[in-house]
Design a protein around this ligand. Structure first.
Ligand SMILES: [Zn+2]
Length: 281
């Protein structure tokens, strides 16, 4: 039986004795041959724990690609139920799933795609009091939510937990993404100090969204998470990605940590996630 390189010393301090099974060597063959991944990267992926908040438009491609790549444990947090109006963009759910909890619908698809993945369900909305604790159980987090309150909550909680976070948003034909790595570049609040007042910025419900926008940006998030896990490449850390789908343009805006940021600045005031922002209503 063909065996991958064994006994590699993994990140943190545990010594891993992982070996890829025959079926895994086949399943992941196309990424095992990539220099940046290889056996070592695949073992990191299989050993990784990723939390995805939001099993909707962004979460659909994000969850699918993480599962397909062999991320060993994926936590899904979403308190919502599948509605027929979701299906135009939330492609991890199907018509048969209407009315089901999104976390259960998404978990079914992940298990069907790749039984290597251990799926952990968080079927309630992430709240300020639980966010740091939940994120602390994972290596990487991704915000794939559809509202600013959750984005700020995730930004703060991941920072306070010391975990890297991919954060993204979409509207119409447009999308944005940023990767926040504590101690290495700006956080979401360095760019947008506080959530906009409720009602001032339309959410996808009112503004509308073409299904490809979260498809493209959710795939970017999956790519960021994979790079964080394999510790290769250049992240969207300090680089705010702006996608213009109507003109098919990707622009990068260089951004720096703001010393006056209430979260990651020199005199931080935020101790509770989402604190100076909009609380959960
Ligand atoms: Zn900051």
């Amino acid at each position: 039986m063909a065996r991958a390189n064994l006994n590699r010393v993994k990140r943190s301090n545990e010594v891993a004795e992982m070996s890829l099974r025959e079926d895994q060597l086949k399943r992941y063959a196309r990424q095992l041959v990539i220099d940046e991944i290889g056996d070592e990267g695949q073992e990191k992926l299989l050993g990784a724990r990723v939390l995805v908040v939001g099993a909707g438009g962004l979460g659909s491609p994000l969850l699918y690609y993480l599962a397909a790549a062999g991320v060993g444990t994926i936590g899904i947090a979403d308190g919502d139920f599948v509605d027929i109006s979701n299906l135009q963009r939330q492609i991890i759910h199907g018509t048969d799933d209407i009315g089901r909890p999104k976390v259960e619908s998404a978990a079914d698809k992940i298990r069907k795609l790749n039984p290597d993945v251990n799926v952990e369900l968080h079927g309630e909305r992430i709240t300020a009091d639980k966010a740091v604790d939940i994120i602390s159980r994972y290596d990487v987090a991704a915000d794939a939510s559809d509202n600013f309150a959750t984005k700020f909550l995730m930004n703060d909680a991941a920072y306070l937990a010391g975990k890297p976070l991919s954060i993204a948003g979409i509207s119409g034909f447009d999308g944005q993404a940023l990767t926040v790595v504590p101690g290495r570049g700006p956080c979401y609040r360095c760019l947008f100090r506080n959530p906009p007042p409720p009602g001032s910025v339309p959410v996808s419900l009112e503004a509308g969204v073409v299904g490809t926008s979260p498809g493209i940006i959710g795939a970017v998030q999956a790519n960021e998470v994979i790079k964080i896990i394999i510790e290769k490449g250049e992240l969207l850390c300090g680089r705010f990605l702006v996608f213009d789908g109507l003109r098919t343009r990707f622009d990068i805006i260089e951004v720096e940590r703001d010393p006056s940021c209430p979260l990651c600045g020199d005199n931080p005031g935020i101790k509770i996630p989402g604190d100076s922002g909009v609380r959960d209503e």
